[in-house]
Design a protein around this ligand. Structure first.
Ligand SMILES: Nc1ncnc2c1ncn2[C@@H]1O[C@H](COP(=O)(O)OP(=O)(O)O)[C@@H](O)[C@H]1O
Ligand SMILES: [Mg+2]
Length: 236
């Protein structure tokens, strides 16, 4: 397998060109590409927009369909998508993902969860949005996935990068408006939000500065969730 140029890097992996159709995603510090491939294949078969996966036999490398386009984060930074549209798309993808039956769990409410679904893990391709980076995928209640996405945006919203922070806050507010009546995030005291906070706190990819923002971020999500419960959206 001839490995070509580096196409993109995130916190945990590098993605290299193989040819016009395929890329190689390689974990830098280990990971379970086999489990990831199984989830992605299940989702592909179910019609959820993920890159097609080619059989993988090593735990740190995954060969998948090459996507063209930019991430939604990049599109937002370029002014090509508004916060409201980005939030609506994230919400649509979360709702669509949680409509897919679980692969392993037999608990009635359990679904496949991405648990890191944020604007840098959605690629806007000519064929439509595609969700990448399934390293954190698990099965469980959808509310936990929503709480993770909200908390990730909230961490940026309360962070020091003021221009991006203001946009992240708008995106978070719009995302929360798209929750729907059936998803309950809980608050800082209980429910999915503290579980999401605990997961983020255990993420080895987070900097100490980001860890230090977690409480403020959780409080922001909790406040927004409370406000939504007091003034339910017309279509919720
Ligand atoms: N299937 C793909 N085709 C083309 N580029 C990709 C593909 N998957 C990921 N990338 C690029 O690689 C970057 C990092 O990928 P990602 O899976 O999100 O890694 P990390 O877990 O490190 O965040 C993405 O932001 C994107 O630019
Ligand atoms: Mg990523």
């Amino acid at each position: 397998m001839q490995i070509g140029q580096l196409l993109g890097s995130g916190r945990s992996a590098d993605v290299f060109e193989l040819d016009d159709a395929w890329v190689l995603r390689r974990y830098r510090h280990g990971g379970d590409a086999v489990a990831e491939a199984a989830v992605m294949s299940h989702l592909s078969t179910s019609g959820f927009p993920v890159p097609v996966v080619r059989a993988t036999d090593t735990s740190s490398e995954l060969v998948m369909q090459r996507l063209s386009g930019v991430t939604m984060l990049q599109a937002w930074m370029d002014g090509a998508i508004t916060e409201e549209d980005a939030a609506a798309l994230l919400a649509r993808l979360l709702h669509q993902l949680h409509a897919v039956p679980a692969r392993v769990s037999v608990l009635p409410g359990d679904r496949i969860l991405h648990l890191d679904l944020h604007p840098d893990n959605v690629m806007l391709t000519p064929q439509g949005p595609m969700v990448i980076d399934w390293s954190t995928a698990a099965e469980g209640p959808p509310g936990l996935d929503w709480a993770m996405s909200a908390l990730i945006l909230a961490q940026v919203a309360v962070g020091p990068a003021s221009e991006v922070a203001a946009g992240a806050r708008s995106m978070l507010t719009a995302l929360m408006g798209n929750l729907g009546a059936l998803v309950d995030l809980g608050d800082v005291e209980g429910g999915h939000l503290p579980q999401a906070r605990a997961r983020r706190a255990a993420d080895p990819n987070l900097t100490s500065q980001e860890l230090g923002l977690l409480d403020e971020a959780a409080a922001l999500v909790s406040d927004l969730a409370l406000r939504l419960r007091q003034v339910p959206a017309a279509d919720a």
